[in-house]
Design a protein. Structure first.
Length: 604
C-alpha cells in the first residue's frame, strides 16, 4: 500500500511548503491563464504607488497653507493629489475587476486537475482510508480554507506590495523620527507571535476536520441522492439519516467552537497591543513637533506615514501568517498530486493478442490486514481458454480477478503473462488487455454510445454491438437512438434503463473494447438462474475464441467452459472439467451442483 512517509507530512519546513505550493500552483495556473498574473502585477504596482501620492503631496499642501498661501501653487498641488489618486484608483479597480473574472475559472481548473488525478490513482488507493482522507484534505484545502490559487496569489502579491511600501515608509520616517521605527518593530514582532499562535490553532483544527467533513458531506448530501429514494421511503430511514446528519453537524460545530474559544485570548491581546502602540507613537511624534524639530507639514507627513506603516506592518504580519496558513492547507493538494503510487510500473510493451496467464503460488492479504483472502493459488490459463470460477461468497473469486486486472498486486508469488511478471509490463498497455463486466458495473449519465465506447465512438461498431447484445429494438424506439442520455441527471429526456438493459450495455462496452481477455464477474447475480443462463449463453457466443473468465456462485456458466476452478476459503480446492468434478465423491462442486439441481427439481 502506498503511504505518504512521515517526513512528507510532518517534518517539512514551512518554507518548503510555501515554496512547493507556490511553485506547483503558480506554474500550473500560469500555463492556463497567464493574463491572471499580468493583472496581479499591474494591481500590485498601483497599490504600491497609491499611499505615496498623499504622503508626498499632503505635507506640501499643509506647509503652503500655513506659509505663503500661494493659491496657484495650492491648486496645482491639490489637483496633482486628486488626479494622481484618481488614476491609481481606476487602475486598481480595473485590475480587481479583471482578476475577479479569473477566480471561478481557476477554481474550476484546479478542480478538474484534482478530479483527473483522482481517476488516475491506482485503484487500491480508492479503498484506502488514508488516501481518501488525503483527497478530502486536498479538496477542502484548495477551496474555502486556502482560497485556492486566487486566494494565495492575492496574499502573495499583497505581501510583495507591502514589503515595497514598508521600505518607502521606513525611509520617510527614518529621515525625521528614527526611534519610531524601533517601536513599530517591537509591535510587529509581538503581533507576529500572537497571530502565528492563532493560525497554528486553525491548522490544528483543519487537521481534525477532514474526517468530520467527509462524514458531514455523506450524510448531508450523498444520501439525499435520488438513487437512495426507494430504500429511504420504503424502510422509513429518514429519521436515521437526519439524526446522523445532526450528530455529525454537532461534531463539526464543536470543532469550530473549540477553535473560536482557543483563539479568543489572542484576539483580545492583539487589540490591546495595538492601542498601546498607537498612543506611544502619537506621543513621540507630537513631542518632536512641540520641540520644533520639524514643522506642521512634516508632523502631518509622519503621522500619516506612521499610520500607513503601521497598517502595512500589520498587513505584512497578516500576509505572512495567512500565507503560511493557506499554504499549509494547499500543501495537502501538493501531497495529493504527488501521492506515491501503490503499484510499481514497468516499461515492457505488450500487444493485444491471445495470452497465456499463470498464477504461480499467489497469496494475497488486503493492506493493513493479516488475513489471507487468497492462499497459494497456482493455475495456468491457455490462450483462448474459457474458465469458470465458482464458489461461495467470500471464497476469493473477485479478489482473483482484481489481481489479474492488476488493481492490486499479490502479497506473495507472481502472476505471469506469456511467462513475464505482469509488474514488468507497461501499466496502461496491460490494462488494455482486459474487458471486464463487474458485479457492480457502473453506467454514467452520458449517451448510450459514450457509455459503450467513451471517447470517439465508432457509430457503425456501436450499432453492431447494440444489435449483438439484443438492444437494437429498444434503441430504435428512442428519438435520439444511441445519442440518448442514460439517466436524467443532466437531461430530462434521458432514459432509465432496466437492470437487464443496463447489463446489456455493460456487456456491449466490454465487447467494444475488443480486448484479448474478457471477464464476466457476477454482473447477473440479481437475475434468476434461467435469465442468468441466457446472458452467459449469449456472452459465450459473442466472446468466441477469446480468453474468457466466468465468475459466479451459481453453476450456469460452467456449461460453456473448458475448465472449472472451485474456490473455497481462498484456495483452489478443485480444478477440472464438469464431468471430472461432478464425479468426485463428496466434492465441493458436486455438492453445489446437486444442491442447485435439487432446488430446480423441487421447484418443478
Amino acid at each position: 500500500m502506498a503511504k505518504l512517509d512521515k517526513d512528507s507530512k510532518e517534518n517539512v519546513s514551512t518554507f518548503h511548503k510555501i515554496r512547493k505550493v507556490i511553485t506547483l500552483l503558480f506554474s500550473s495556473a500560469y500555463k492556463k491563464y497567464p493574463g491572471f498574473f499580468m493583472w496581479e502585477s499591474i494591481k500590485a504596482v498601483s497599490q504600491i504607488l497609491q499611499p505615496f501620492v498623499a504622503i508626498l503631496i499632503s505635507p506640501l499642501i499643509v506647509d503652503e497653507i500655513v506659509g505663503d498661501r500661494n493659491l496657484s501653487k495650492l491648486i496645482i498641488l491639490a489637483a496633482s493629489l486628486i488626479i494622481g489618486e484618481f488614476v491609481i484608483s481606476m487602475i486598481t479597480s480595473r485590475s480587481s475587476t479583471e482578476l475577479n473574472k479569473y477566480q471561478q475559472r481557476l477554481d474550476d481548473y484546479f478542480a478538474i486537475l484534482m478530479g483527473k488525478h483522482s481517476m488516475e490513482l491506482d485503484y487500491q488507493l480508492t479503498e484506502d482510508k488514508e488516501a481518501l482522507d488525503q483527497i478530502e484534505k486536498a479538496r477542502t484545502g484548495m477551496s474555502w480554507y486556502s482560497g485556492g490559487v486566487y486566494g494565495i496569489s492575492e496574499i502573495f502579491f499583497m505581501f510583495i506590495t507591502n514589503i515595497i511600501r514598508a521600505i518607502g515608509f521606513v525611509i520617510v520616517i527614518a529621515l525625521h523620527a528614527p526611534l519610531l521605527l524601533l517601536l513599530l518593530a517591537i509591535y510587529s514582532l509581538v503581533n507576529l507571535y500572537v497571530v502565528s499562535k492563532q493560525n497554528k490553532i486553525e491548522i490544528e483544527a483543519f487537521g481534525k476536520l477532514s474526517k468530520v467533513n467527509r462524514l458531514f458531506g455523506y450524510f448531508g448530501w450523498d444520501i439525499v441522492d435520488t438513487r437512495f429514494g426507494k430504500d429511504i421511503r420504503l424502510y422509513d430511514a429518514q429519521k436515521l439519516m437526519v439524526e446522523c446528519w445532526e450528530h455529525n453537524t454537532d461534531k463539526s460545530n464543536k470543532h469550530w467552537r473549540w477553535q473560536a474559544l482557543t483563539q479568543l485570548p489572542y484576539s483580545i491581546g492583539v487589540n490591546v497591543i495595538s492601542a498601546i502602540k498607537g498612543a506611544a507613537a502619537y506621543f513621540y511624534v507630537g513631542l518632536l513637533a512641540i520641540k520644533g524639530v520639524y514643522g506642521i507639514g512634516t508632523f502631518v507627513q509622519l503621522i500619516s506615514t506612521e499610520a500607513a506603516l503601521n497598517g502595512t506592518l500589520s498587513g505584512l504580519v497578516w500576509n505572512v501568517t495567512e500565507l503560511i496558513k493557506n499554504c499549509n492547507y494547499a500543501y495537502e493538494y501538493v501531497l495529493f498530486m504527488e501521492y506515491p503510487e501503490a503499484l510499481p510500473k514497468g516499461e515492457k510493451e505488450i500487444a493485444k493478442k491471445p495470452h497465456e496467464i499463470e498464477f504461480r503460488h499467489v497469496s494475497f492479504s488486503y493492506p493493513k490486514t493479516d488475513k489471507k483472502i487468497l492462499d497459494d493459488i497456482c493455475i495456468k490459463i491457455r490462450p483462448g481458454e474459457h474458465l469458470s470460477i465458482v464458489g461461495l461468497n467470500g471464497a476469493g473469486k473477485t479478489t482473483f480477478i482484481k489481481l489479474l486486472c492488476r488493481l492490486y498486486d499479490p502479497t506473495e508469488g507472481q502472476i505471469l503473462l506469456d511467462g513475464v511478471d505482469i509488474r514488468d509490463y507497461d501499466y496502461r498497455q496491460y490494462m488494455q488487455q482486459f474487458a471486464p463486466v463487474f458485479q457492480d458495473f457502473k453506467l454514467f449519465s452520458f449517451t448510450i454510445d459514450e457509455n459503450i465506447a467513451f471517447a470517439n465512438p465508432d457509430k457503425g461498431k456501436v450499432d453492431e454491438y447494440i444489435e449483438l447484445v439484443g438492444l437494437k429494438d429498444k434503441v430504435d424506439e428512442l428519438e435520439k437512438g444511441t445519442q440518448t442520455t442514460i439517466f436524467k441527471y443532466f437531461d430530462e429526456k434521458g432514459i432509465e434503463p432496466s437492470g437487464g438493459e443496463q447489463q446489456k450495455i455493460a456487456i456491449a462496452r466490454a465487447l467494444y473494447k475488443d480486448s484479448p481477455v474478457v471477464i464476466l464477474d457476477e454482473p447477473t447475480s440479481a437475475l434468476d438462474p434461467l435469465a442468468e443462463y441466457e446472458v452467459y449463453k449469449q456472452f459465450h457466443t459473442l466472446v468466441g475464441g477469446k480468453t474468457a473468465f466466468y465468475i459466479s456462485h451459481r453453476l450456469s456458466s460452467c456449461k460453456f467452459c473448458d475448465s472449472i476452478a472451485v474456490f473455497s476459503e481462498g484456495k483452489i480446492a478443485e480444478y477440472g472439467s464438469h464431468d471430472e468434478l461432478i464425479s468426485i465423491p463428496s466434492g465441493i462442486y458436486a455438492k453445489m451442483f446437486e444442491a442447485q439441481a435439487k432446488y430446480y427439481r423441487d421447484a418443478s
